[in-house]
Design a protein. Structure first.
Length: 86
């Protein structure tokens, strides 16, 4: 992963181009994943893996299963909508 480096200009002035480059680099580095496995969903929701399983069994948390791939998959956007609806 390349190291982000910025240089201060006189009087701490950054051009719009400098700021755009910094934002683009940060967005690329911290890009959110839309599809998550159960461990990632638990971390995203700040709850235990077991609690995620319990909520799924109770029908309170949306998830998806794909043929040939084991385990549950979660969509970040669906989890956010569920949180908003609570």
């Amino acid at each position: 992963m390349p190291h982000l480096e910025h240089k201060l200009m006189p009087d701490e002035y950054y051009s719009a181009k400098d700021i755009d480059r910094l934002f683009a680099a940060l967005e690329k580095r911290f890009q959110a994943r839309e599809i998550m496995r159960i461990e990632e969903a638990a971390k995203f929701l700040s709850i235990s893996r077991r609690k995620v399983d319990d909520l799924c069994r109770a029908g309170k948390l949306p998830y998806h299963m794909l043929d040939g791939l084991g385990g549950k998959f979660f969509l970040r956007s669906e989890l956010i909508e569920k949180i908003k609806a609570s």
